[in-house]
Design a protein around this ligand. Sequence first.
Ligand code: NAP
Length: 265
Amino acid sequence: MGLLEGKNALIFGLANERSIAWGITQAFKREGANLGISYAGEMLKKRVDPLAEQVGCKWVEECDVTKDDMIAATAASAAKHFGKIDVLVHSIAFAGRDELSKPYYQTSRDGFKNALDISVFSLVALTNAFLPHLNPGASVMCLTYGSGAVKVAPHYNVMGVAKAALESSTRYLAYDLGPQKIRVNAISAGPIRTLAAAGVGGFRDMYKHFADISPLRENVTIEDVGNAAVFLASDLSARITGEIMYVDSGFNTIGVQMNPDAKSE
Ligand code: NAP
């Protein structure tokens, strides 16, 4: 029997087959969850529909998380289709290209607001809208990049600031929802080649550096993140909340980054 048998799981942020949301969707499917998928805009429909079909998902809804009415309509539609929800995955982020290439101090007011609205406030808004429909024991999770949130990742800029706010929001939401036995956690993934990552200046170098330096000497895949998400979604993690769980081949544990193959004098 799968670890998520009988659980209704909604995944927000599927763009294509490279999306972290797709790794999570496939892992949830393998573990027996009833799936629901949400995507950002009409443009993505033709990509998302065939993926949803592959995993036998019948609930596929467009939801632009900058729009309160769309969030409310999506929550109502999910409640009608599923009744109660057990797992809510937030795999959404956005920052403008300018914000991810210029120095951080040149971030525009609109660029800042937009990045924080889409990448952070959306978690709060979705949690609020879905709360009446979440089962006790439900698991909410989001995706972060700790190397850019807790420390500096060159070019990550406003997205790093957004991830710091997202990680903090994870803890505050976990505190608020704890008495209802609803858990809120974040997965901090190592760099993965996705649409969102392509917008970050210098991503290719960072990706390569990661595989050279991390203790496991390997990049992270969407399947790795999917498997960690299964753990957080399942009852195996019943007493874990407010946590940031790193799925990064151990990269975050390294204090001094040296090429491990460099010869010592
Ligand atoms: P992705 O496939 O591009 O997913 C990002 C998703 O956010 C897309 O589906 C995107 O839709 C959606 N989104 C943007 N604006 C939205 C809006 N207004 N309303 C609803 N959805 C919106 O890239 P990904 O790498 O899998 O990103 C998923 C999550 O993982 C993000 O939180 C990201 O920061 C995080 N993460 C990624 C990495 C990495 O290296 N890839 C590492 C750590 C954490 P559109 O395509 O239409 O904009």
